[in-house]
Design a protein around this ligand. Structure first.
Ligand code: SF4
Length: 354
């Protein structure tokens, strides 16, 4: 059986490594394209949230390439629509005539372990080894993305950081052995530190918050981090997979977040809605010059907290932009809104930080 999974930005590399190391026969997903989004949207339920449509679009491409089964992770603990993704995707594909099963991995360690064991036949030791290697790749990817956000608006040769990042990600993708990976990691970190930048530049800072899938995948958010860097803005993003995993491992983190946001929201709204409020309060306190919320159209948690984020904007004066993304959004429209917001951010910076 040939398996596939949904594309998710640079994390696709780590997920691919995990499954390959487990010996699963894989048709890796291709980078999300506008065509894939269009095709996925045609057969997905119209009012479902945007990531589900994109996922289906990814599967359709992989099915054409020979995939016979889909693996997807479903969040059992959350209280948003993600917990129904498996069943809805299965039905949408079957109704459209595709004879393919969506195998759901529920986010409970016990269930993930038994399902992976059943599919791959790997031993506990092999699963542990594959997980460790994939996690090392994931951490390096996140580190590089963070460094890139600092370098891009300061680089002396425009585009050098993004070009380097593409080269580094390709290297990370191709390395199959953990020892070799350690060498490559050293090489990548050594080279990235040599990118020429203007360190004396003091720049406006913008915090990127919102729904995890959208903020982490540049093929969905039209490379918003790069776009902001081109406007001379330093982007900060806390929301990533490690953040999410840590919250699963240390459940009291949610309690701490809830305590901080209590004056604005007294209960959970699902997804990362609470986190968005928490992060915006943090960025405002740190004197950031703007906050952008990214959300997929139809996302209940992010839509619910949007008025609260507006309220924080009014109270603190930190410029705020909320961008809802779906299959109808055109890059040129988004670019115009970012340019306009960049002007507001720059004015805030001149007023308070220069
Ligand atoms: S967080 Fe939002 S976009 Fe993501 S699955 Fe939940 S409702 Fe859908």
């Amino acid at each position: 059986m040939k398996y596939t999974f949904a594309y998710w930005g640079n994390y696709t590399i780590a997920i691919k490594t995990l499954l390959e190391k487990l010996g699963i026969d894989l048709i890796p997903p291709e980078k999300t394209s506008s065509k894939a989004i269009e095709e996925g949207s045609k057969i997905a339920p119209e009012l479902y949230c945007f990531p589900l449509k994109v996922n289906i679009g990814n599967y359709l491409v992989a099915i054409k390439n020979g995939a016979e089964k889909v693996l997807m992770v479903e969040n059992v603990g959350g209280s948003c629509r993600q917990r129904y993704y498996g069943i809805v995707q299965n039905k949408a594909l079957k109704d459209a005539g595709y004879n393919i099963d969506v195998i759901v991995l529920k986010t409970s360690p016990k269930e993930i372990y038994s399902k992976i064991k059943e599919i791959s036949g790997a031993s506990l030791l092999q699963i542990w080894g594959a997980g460790r290697f994939a996690f090392k790749k994931l951490r390096l990817i996140e580190k590089l993305e963070k460094i890139a956000n600092y370098l891009r608006p300061r680089e002396k040769e425009r585009g050098e950081t993004s070009k380097f990042l593409r080269w580094a990600l390709d290297k990370i993708d191709k390395v199959k052995d953990e020892k070799e990976f350690t060498k490559i990691k050293k090489e990548i970190l050594g080279k990235i530190s040599k990118i020429k930048i203007d360190r004396s530049k003091k720049l406006p800072r913008v915090g990127l918050i919102g729904e995890i899938y959208t903020v982490c995948d540049e093929s969905i958010n039209f490379g918003i981090e790069e776009k902001l860097a081109r406007e001379g803005i330093e982007v900060h993003r806390e929301m990533n997979l490690t953040y999410h995993l840590k919250k699963g491992i240390f459940p009291w983190k949610d309690w701490q977040i809830q305590k901080k946001i209590m004056p604005y929201l007294e209960s959970t709204v699902g997804g990362h809605g609470r986190d968005a409020i928490y992060e915006m309060l943090h960025f405002a306190k740190e004197g950031f010059n703007g906050v952008i919320q990214l959300l997929p159209f139809g996302c209940m948690p992010e839509t619910t907290v949007r008025p609260i984020l507006e309220k924080i904007h009014q109270k603190t004066g930190v410029p705020f932009l909320s961008l809802s993304l779906d299959e109808q959004v055109a890059e040129v429209g988004l670019q115009t809104r970012i340019e306009a917001f960049a002007e507001v951010v720059n004015n805030h910076f001149i007023k308070y930080n220069k």
